[in-house]
Design a protein around this ligand. Structure first.
Ligand SMILES: *Cc1c(COP(=O)(O)O)cnc(C)c1O
Length: 380
């Protein structure tokens, strides 16, 4: 006789359900499961236990009524756009978005007749003017890359509500540990789980979460129909990462604050960009919006050209990786990676010089990070 799957001896950690299809028993049950009338699983592109478990944990963490897991952060962004926007409608974009988010709306959605406008989300007069044109959706990032500008989610949330525009927040750099945008007036939040939430550079995955049950249904249909579903294994790995997310974010944030102050004291560093420091333009907003700390990301500028940056990178052990959120500290170089498609003038306007480096601060003992950075600094 087959043993019951669970009962006494139920595993404490979630099993990995590496299955694309399920035995549904009979035609009535099949009908009911596929029609969402009975809980259960039939086909993994529609739903599977590892995504459902992970979504449940993350919905709680975001303070959301529901959450959907997608195969990447970009899949989450695409799913929201395809769920909410029709040809002829306008999407409003912050001018400091992840590069591919802007490409998604300005190039891909444009092929389907979707209009867009780009504004400075830190300038509330510009926001008010742009909202008067009646956009369907406004996409902002809580903390921007790489200059770590903050948006006033509460104020923009109120302004969007008054104009019946949906506020969609990419919260990847803050994570729900530091900020829960839905509690500050956002209608929808997305996270690239590939970054701090996954936390070990071994998954590509996304999340979208919100309150509105109708939107949950629409998004669910878009995700399963367009095929944005995530595989079980990365969902399982990411559920495992959630046990340490709070610890990792707190430690990395505390480390970043120390590293920023350390760098600011070094001879030869041109500038340090960290919203936790009083010399950052959004320091005041950071104190109110991010009371637990300004996150694990910072940027700083070394003097000189590309050759000087290469010498700096080669002088020590911290690796150059065009991503963020690993458990250990990594560099990225915006001019040659995230912002390489921008014109030199466009980069200059954002303060992105050849010497600007971004640091994704990890959870090592802070002295280890400072020692490693000191070795790089000898190249200056
Ligand atoms: C990485 C990233 C994305 C895209 O996520 P993927 O998981 O790489 O598809 C979107 N927004 C921000 C802010 C990111 O850093």
């Amino acid at each position: 006789m087959a043993q019951p799957l669970f009962g006494p001896g139920k595993p404490l950690s979630s099993p990995l359900y590496m299955a694309s299809v399920y035995d549904v028993g009979d035609a009535d049950t099949c009908d009911a499961v596929l029609g969402n009338e009975t809980p259960g699983f039939a086909y993994a592109r529609d739903a599977h236990p590892n995504a459902t478990h992970l979504a449940g944990h993350l919905a709680t963490l975001e303070g959301a009524a529901w959450a959907h897991i997608t195969s990447s952060g970009m899949a989450a962004l695409s799913a929201v756009m395809l769920s909410l926007v029709r040809p002829g409608q306008q999407v409003l974009l912050s001018n400091r978005l992840y590069g591919k988010s802007t490409v998604l709306v300005r190039q891909e959605l444009k092929r389907f007749g979707v209009e867009s406008a780009v504004i400075d989300a830190c300038d509330l007069d510009q926001v008010a003017n742009a909202l008067a044109a009646g956009p369907r959706l406004f996409l902002v990032e809580t903390l921007s890359n790489p200059m770590l500008r903050l948006v006033d989610v509460d104020k923009i949330g109120k302004m969007c509500r008054a104009q019946r525009c949906k506020l969609f927040v990419d919260n990847t750099f803050a994570t729900p540990i530091l900020l829960k945008p839905l509690a500050h007036g956002a209608d929808l939040v997305m996270e690239s789980l590939t970054k701090m939430i996954g936390g070990h550079s071994d998954v590509t995955l996304g999340l979208v979460a919100g309150h509105d049950p109708d939107l949950a249904m629409t998004l669910g249909k878009v995700i399963t129909t367009w095929g944005f579903t995530a595989d079980p294994f990365p969902c399982w790995l990411t559920e495992r990462s959630l046990y340490t997310l709070d610890l990792r974010m707190r430690t990395a944030t505390a480390n970043a604050a120390e590293v920023a102050d350390f760098l600011a004291k070094q001879q030869g560093i041109v500038q340090v960009v960290y919203p936790g420091r009083p010399d950052h333009p959004d320091h005041g907003l950071a104190c109110t919006l991010l009371p637990q700390g300004a996150g694990n990301m910072l940027a700083f500028e070394v003097p000189g050209d590309r050759a000087a940056v290469n010498r700096f990178l080669q002088a020590g052990p911290i690796p150059l990786c065009p991503s963020l959120g690993h458990a250990t500290t990594t560099f990225s170089h915006p001019a040659s990676s995230s912002h390489r498609a921008d014109s030199p003038a466009g980069r200059a306007a954002q303060g992105i010089t050849e010497g600007l480096l971004r640091l994704s601060v990890g959870i090592e003992p802070v002295d280890t990070i400072l020692d490693q950075l000191s070795r790089h600094l000898q190249a200056i």
